[in-house]
Design a protein around this ligand. Structure first.
Ligand SMILES: [Zn+2]
Length: 136
């Protein structure tokens, strides 16, 4: 673990989400899809119409649009370095809202609706986190 920074698995040992984190290590973003109606969710959850009886993880495009964000000026833990500056909500092209970090962009360039794409960062602790950057 890197300097006390909370990571997936530290908070909840959740078997249903393990395929999501495993796919991140392969550079693939997954969404949880209801196989009855095709609605995608993130994180995994019950379809609002059909429950969880027939749902599972499927690859997502990894693209979306910046929905909203906040710029972190005050770091409350030394474990969060300068790479954790923009906390964002991305509306994935599949529909779900995805909470993440936005990287490689000046805060003055941020606009709602900005097209973004996922990239994967591997930390010192071998945990791979999906973050987003402006689409190239
Ligand atoms: Zn459904």
């Amino acid at each position: 673990m890197s300097a006390g920074r909370p990571l997936p698995g530290d908070v909840v040992d959740d078997a249903i989400d393990q395929p999501f984190w495993d796919a991140c290590k392969d550079g693939v973003l997954l969404v949880y899809r209801c196989n009855t109606c095709g609605t995608s969710y993130w994180p995994a959850g019950s379809c609002t119409t059909h429950g969880m009886s027939d749902a599972g993880w499927v690859p997502a495009t990894g693209t979306g649009r910046l929905h909203t964000w906040t710029v972190v000026h005050q770091k409350y833990s030394r474990s969060f370095t300068d790479d954790v500056k923009i906390v964002a909500v991305v509306k994935l092209d599949e529909g779900p809202f995805f909470h993440t970090n936005l990287i490689e962009v000046a805060t003055t360039d941020l606009r709602a609706g900005l097209p973004v794409e996922v990239v994967f960062h591997t930390g010192d602790d071998d945990v791979v986190l999906p973050v987003f950057r402006v689409s190239t």
